[in-house]
Design a protein around this ligand. Sequence first.
Ligand code: AHR
Length: 656
Amino acid sequence: LTVQVNKPGAAVNKNMYGLFFEDINFAADGGLYPELVKNKSFEIDARLIGWKALQGAANLDTYAVRNEQPISTSNSHYVRLTTRNGASGEAGIENEGFRGMGVKAGGECTLSFYARRGAGSINGVTASLVGEKGEDLGQVALTGFTNEWKQYTAVLKSSSTHNKAHLKLVLNGTGTVDLDVVSLFPKDTWNKRPNGLRTDLVQLLKDMKPGFLRFPGGCIVEGRTLSERYQWKETIGDVAARLPMINRWNMEFKHRSTPDYYQSFGLGFFEYFQLSEDIGAEPLPILNVGMACQFNSGELAPMGTASTKGGPNAPAAAPHDHAADDPSLDVFIQDALDLIEFANGPASSPWGARRAAMGHPAPFNLKMLGIGNEQWGPQYLERYEPFAKAVKAKYPQIEIVSSAGPSPDGDLFDKASKRLGELKAEYVDEHYYAKADWFRQNVGRYDNYARTGPKIFAGEYAAQSGAIGSQDNKNTWDCAISEAAFMTGLERNADVVGMASYAPLFAHVDAWQWTPDMIWFDNLNSYGSPSYYVQKMYALNKGTKVLPVTMPAGAKNGTDNLFASAVADEPTGEVVMKLVNYSTSPRPVSINLAGAKGLGKTGRAQTMASADLQTQNSLTEPKKLAPQESTFAVKGATLTYTLAPNSFTVLRVPAK
Ligand code: AHR
C-alpha cells in the first residue's frame, strides 16, 4: 500500500462520527433517564400502569385513578387509596420500575411525592425498597399529611445492590389518601444534577468523543399518527408537568413485548441539549416535517394553514392534549423556528427565556437541524421546501439535514440528491440496515457520488446478522468488522460524507424492540458491543485531512478483503491508518509512507481482532472484544506490519 503523506486532501469534518439517540429499547425511561418510578404521575391514559396494590388490594376498598381537584390542570390525575374496614395487614401500593429498579449498596435516592389526606387517620406513608425475593433493603417514613396537596421528600438508601428492586408505599393509619408525582431518583447522576442522567451510560457516550448527538429519533419523531408525534415544546419546563405519551415502539411480540412503553419526557429537549454540551457533541435535533410514520398511518399535515384547529393564529389546543390538535404545516414550521430560538436566542427572547429559566442562560449554539425522518417522495419534498425556506430565511446559518429513504439497494442519486440538491439541503440522511457482506461490498458507495450536491449524513447504519428485531440478530464481530471495512469508504470520501452514526444506540436487555444495538444495559450495568468499539476507534482517530491510499497493483479498496484508509492528524503530527483484514489468515502488509519528510521511531497500534467472527460482548464479559494498544518500531519509510486474522487496526505514526 502507499499512503501519500505529502498530498493531504479533503478536510475531515470535525463532527464526523457521532451518536444517534432514539427512545427505543428503553433508551430513555428505564435507561439514560434514571427515574425509577414508572408512571409516576398516574397520567398514562389515567391507568395504573406500573403500579399494583399490596396484598392484591385485600386491604383496600378504593384503588383508582381520579381527577377531582388535582394538583394542577397540567397534572390532572392521581391515585386515591381507601383502606378496607376491618382489614388487617399492609395497605398501600407498589411500583415495579422499568423491569425492576436498579439500586446499589449504600446508594441514595431522593424519594418525593405529593399527598392529600381524606377522611380517616392516615397521616403518613412508610416507603421501602424491596428486593426481588421480598428482602427489605431500606425504609423511610414520611408523616404529617394534611387535607391539602403538599410535597413530601426524604432520602431512601439501599442496604445492598439489586437489579430488580421495587418501591413499596404502605399507608400509616386507616381512611383515604391521595398520592401523586411519586418519584424515586438516584442521587448519583451525571454532574450530580437533580434531574440528571445515568452515569455509566453517559460515560460510554463521552468516551467516544462524539462529534454530534442526533435526537430524539428515528421513527418516534414521526409518531404512528400525527397526534402521537414528538412535540419538543411538551418536553421542557417543570418535569412534573410533562405529560407522558405512548411510545412509537410500544408493541407486543413474542420475544420483545413492551406494551407498557411510554415516554415520560423527563429526558426532554433541554436535557438533550445539556447532554450534547456535557459530552462535547454538536446537538442535532430532528423535527417532524408534517408526516406521521410511513410504516404506520402515514398521516399528512395539510399544507399551509388549512387545518381547522392548528395554525399560528388558531387558538391554542388544551395544554398537553396530544390528540386535540390537527395541525397544518405552519405549526410544524413555527415549532422549528421556536426551537432555534429556544437553543440560541438571548435570554431576553421568549423562547430563550424558557431556556434561561431552566438554568441555562447561555445559548446552546445549535448549528444543525434535521427536517423529517425516513421520508421521501413528492409529499416529503412538498413539505420540505416551505419548511427549509422558512428556516433559512430567518436563520441562514443553520445547516439543514434532509431526509432520505433507507436505501441499501436503492438508487442513491434518484432518491436523495437531485431535488434536495436544488433545494440546497446541506445533508441527506441515508440509512442502511443490511447484511454484513453488504457493508464490505459497498465500501465504494460514495466514490462516484456527485461532489456538488448535498453532503451525506450516514445517519443510521448497522450490519445485521439476522432479521431486524429478532433474538438471533446479534452484535457479532462479523457485523462490527464489516462496519469498520465500510467506514474506510466513508473516511476516504470525507469530502462528501460529513457525518456518520451507528443505530440504534441503546438497548435494555429485558425490554428491547430492535436488534442489533450499540450499547446494551440492564438496570445497573452496561457494555459496549464490538460495534461500539469500532465507532470509538474511528471517532478517536478521525484526524483532520484525508490522505490518498493506493492499494497494491490491480487492487482497489476491499480487494481480497483488505480495506484501508488514511488521514493526517495535524494537531499531533501523525499519519493515521485504518486497516481491516477480513480473512482467517494473518496478513503482512507493507505501507509506503510516500513523501514523508521525516518519521518518528515509534508508532502506536490499536487493534480489535478475533479469529471467531461470532464473538460478542455481554454483561458478564463486557470487554471480551475491545481495542488493544501496542507500539511498534518504525524503520524507514516503508512500514511492515502483520495484520491479525479478522482484525481492525489503527496505526498512528509520527510523520512530517
Ligand atoms: O433505528 C431504528 C429505526 O430505524 C429508526 O427509528 C428509524 O429511523 C429506522 O427505520
